[in-house]
Ligand binder design. Sequence first.
Ligand SMILES: [Zn+2]
Length: 215
Amino acid sequence: MPKKGKAAAAAPAPDPEAAVEPNAPPPPEPVPPLAVLYCEVCTYPPEYCEFGASLTRCKDWLKESHPDLFDRYYSDEALQAKVGTLSLEAQAKLEKEVAKKEVKAEAKVEAALKKKMASQIIIKRSERNKRKCITTVSGLEAFDIDLKKAAKQFASKFATGASVTKNLQGLEEVVISGDVSDEVLEMIENEVGVLKGIPEENVELVEEKKKKGGE
Ligand SMILES: [Zn+2]
């Protein structure tokens, strides 16, 4: 019978925590083809949601789409195990901080949305002289639309000139030659090409006419 005890005594068991020896074979690293899951709300892996600023929404999402993971991270036992080492005071403080952060983040999202919804797209038809009209489209940038791409799209759609220029207020707008205001409105309504995500009620058609007699 071989004596195990003797061999073990001669070579001390390697300490797994010790630094890897230069000529030691690399430690076996089983790499299962695991699909990393990211939170759809904050984009962190779910176990890091708490470091984001949208934990409440993250939790709702996780509960809905991955109830098993939700239990693993947020069940009473899981939370107990996690905060067990913190004092009650520290726990309360932590919770307060998280809540504060969340409120702030939500307010930011809401403000951005509000700003967007309050933004107006103005399609203005202006007469340059008797024969020449231009159509100016302003406000597109509030809806995250690339003005250059929009100009390009208008130019090819109407086979006319279209460019991005700065107006008197220093804001960029798309200027198209010709009276294409109705067509532009229609394109926005039908969300053609880059003109996506603009609610109809945020679009206004304006006519800038030269003063004429009558009417
Ligand atoms: Zn998250």
